[in-house]
Structure formats: structure tokens, C-alpha cells
Write a protein that binds this ligand. Structure first.
Ligand SMILES: *Cc1c(COP(=O)(O)O)cnc(C)c1O
Length: 354
């Protein structure tokens, strides 16, 4: 792939590491490329961060044909910049493309372009503990056309945003509301794709949960509303007795890379690990029997998010007495150590940028 590089001539002021939020600031440059049926993916370029001008009829605005990814670049103590399993993000992006009728792209080319962009923007990768540079690859339908069909043209872009520590207020368990009123995805739908509409469709349930004093929604399956799927936009794990359980990938669950990393690490530690159906009734019963010791979410943003309370109908269960459990803590520490280059990369998950 030919990559043209034109960088910004005036640079934005960089925020202090303790002034970072999430998703509000963007770096000086971005990656873009275009798709047209007769040219394939072309005009790959690094260019100054800029607006995308769109015809009001642009298809993504009307029909939501778009997909995205989320990953991070980390600054190590030795001054290197590194990525965590980025190949998995580009593979998943291509899977999302397939589900949304978007043409596939070359994953190795995309990773090389990202690394080039990161080398240019390396001063934007914050250095304070637990900060990182969030990376958002996105592909959207660009035909100016009204009518439901797959677009013929697309834009692929990657933007970068320095982000602060997720647990600025401490690594504390959160309260989760189990919803029966809404579902995130159904059998045969696009739940396993990181596609725009899935997030729009989750907003109302999320707002209602927040109004009731809960941080996130726990989603049940869209067919029987009995089996657990995900928590907010994270995957979910339960420790019941000596078993670490996460719902099996069934087409409506997003296959998280953190989820996969948790499974592989726990297995390597000799834990009993299961990917299987887990019903909300099983979780409540396990709690009643005193066997449910930990519940946690997993995702790129938080790594591990411990759950301290679940509410389902009129049943409220508290887990771990408001404390972070040992499995959650061990996974959190181990994954972070790999990401920030403090622990040995025993799994071969690190991709150096330079
Ligand atoms: C992105 C995402 C996840 C977590 O995936 P990671 O690769 O671990 O960041 C889980 N569920 C949903 C719905 C997501 O969008």
C-alpha cells in the first residue's frame, strides 16, 4: 500500500497528563483512505486532523452502515510505545465489515499505517500511570444516496485521543441493573459486529439504569431473556465456586479481545475456565448458595470492571462485600503489566511501534 504523508503545520497544545478525560481531545494528524468499486481501497494518507465534509444524503447518516474499533497505545517505562494485540482489532473490524456488506481491507497494511501514524504522533502518548492513547479506526458508507442498499463508496479513518486513567477514583466495584425490558441484540442480528446502530440501540436502557442509580445495564439474551450476554459494552465473567465462567460466543455477543485475554491468562494459571450459557437464575441461585464470589466486566477501556451489586426485578444481590475479588485483581494487574511493559509478554501479545 502506498501511503502519502502530509502532517499538520501548526500543532495543538498538548494537555497535561492529569488533565485527560476520555474521548474529548484528538491529536494533530489522522489516517484516511477511500474505497471506490473501480479502485478498491486507495488514496491511503496521513493528513492533518480535519472534518469530513458530507452530502446530507450520505448513506451512513441515514442507514448506519458503519463499523469501528477501539484499542490503545501504551507508553512503557523505557520510553517505547506499544500496542496490545492490534492484529485482533483489525481482524474483528474486517468481520464487522463482512456483516455490514462493507468491502474488506488488508489488515497488515492497516496495522502498518497505524504504526506510522503513531510514530508521527508519539509525543501524544501520555506517560502517567494508566494513561494511554486511545485509537479509533472507523469505516463509513459514503454514497450520497437515499434508498436501502449497500453503499458503493466508503471512507476508512483512524483518529487518536489521549485518555486518562479509567480508575481515577480507584478500582471500585460498580452497581449493575439487569434489564428485562430491553435487549441489545438478537439471534441472527448484528450483535457480534462493532457497528454503529448497536450503540444507539443501547442508549435508552443505559439512561434508565443511570436514573435508577446503576452504572450499567446487564443484557440478557434477545430470545428467552434468561441467559446473560454482556454488561454495557463489556463482556462479563462470573466466579462460581472454582469455575470462571463467561457466556459462550453465540452471534449476539461481541467477541472482546480483553475477554479472550482473560480466558487465556486464567487457563494458563490452571484455573477452571468455561465458555457456556449462564442463566440469570443460575447466578442468583449461586449467590444464594454462597458460591458466587466475583463478577466483573472486561473491555479495552477499563480492562477489568468489578461488579459489586446486581439488581434483577426485586432481587438485589451484593457480591464480594464491596471489595475487589482476588481473581479480578490478579487479571487486572497481569493484563496491565503486559500492556505497559512491566511484566513479561509470555503470550506474545505486544506489538512494538518503533
Ligand atoms: C468493544 C466491545 C466489547 C469489548 O471488546 P474489547 O475488545 O475487549 O475491548 C464488549 N462488548 C461490546 C458490545 C463492545 O462494543
Amino acid at each position: 500500500m502506498e501511503l502519502t504523508i502530509t502532517t499538520a503545520s501548526t500543532l495543538k497544545p498538548k494537555p497535561a497528563d492529569d488533565q485527560l478525560g476520555f474521548g474529548t481531545l484528538f491529536t494533530d494528524n489522522m489516517f484516511s483512505m477511500d474505497y471506490a468499486p473501480d479502485q478498491g481501497w486507495h488514496n491511503a494518507r496521513i493528513e492533518p486532523y480535519q472534518s469530513i465534509t458530507m452530502d446530507p444524503a450520505t448513506m451512513v447518516l441515514h442507514y448506519g452502515q458503519g463499523v469501528f474499533e477501539g484499542l490503545k497505545a501504551y507508553h512503557t517505562e523505557s520510553g517505547a510505545i506499544q500496542l496490545f494485540r492490534p492484529q485482533e482489532n483489525f481482524r474483528r473490524l474486517n468481520n464487522s465489515c463482512r456483516m455490514l456488506c462493507i468491502p474488506s481491507f488488508d489488515e497488515a497494511d492497516a496495522l502498518n499505517a497505524l504504526k506510522e501514524l503513531l510514530r508521527i504522533e508519539r509525543d501524544w502518548v501520555p506517560k502517567a500511570p494508566e494513561t494511554s492513547l486511545y485509537i479509533r479506526p472507523t469505516i463509513v458508507a459514503m454514497d450520497p444516496f437515499l434508498g436501502v442498499r449497500a453503499s458503493h463508496t466508503y471512507r476508512f479513518f483512524i483518529i487518536l485521543s489521549p485518555v486518562g486513567a479509567y480508575y481515577a477514583e480507584g478500582f471500585n466495584p460498580v452497581k449493575i441493573l439487569v434489564t428485562k425490558e430491553y435487549v441489545r441484540a438478537v439471534r441472527g442480528g448484528v450483535g457480534e459486529a462493532k457497528t454503529l446502530g448497536n450503540y444507539a440501540a443501547s442508549l435508552l436502557a443505559g439512561e434508565k439504569a443511570q436514573k435508577a442509580g446503576y452504572t450499567q445495564v446487564l443484557w440478557l439474551d434477545g430470545v428467552e431473556q434468561r441467559y446473560i450476554e454482556e454488561v454495557g459494552s463489556m463482556n462479563i465473567f462470573f466466579v462460581i465456586g472454582d469455575e470462571l465462567i463467561t457466556p459462550e460466543l453465540n452471534g449476539s455477543i461481541l467477541p472482546g479481545i480483553t475477554r479472550d485475554s482473560v480466558l487465556k491468562l486464567a487457563q494458563s494459571w490452571g484455573m477452571r475456565v468455561s465458555e457456556r450459557k449462564v442463566g440469570i437464575d443460575e447466578v442468583i441461585k449461586a449467590h444464594g448458595d454462597g458460591l458466587l464470589t466475583e463478577v466483573f466486566g472486561s473491555g479495552t477501556a477499563a480492562v477489568i470492571s468489578p461488579v459489586g451489586e446486581l439488581k434483577y426485578d426485586e432481587t438485589v444481590i451484593t457480591i464480594g462485600g464491596g471489595e475487589v475479588g482476588p481473581v479480578s485483581q490478579k487479571l487486572f494487574d497481569a493484563i496491565k503489566a503486559i500492556q505497559y511493559g512491566q511484566g513479561e509478554d509470555t503470550m506474545g501479545w505486544i506489538e512494538p511501534v518503533d
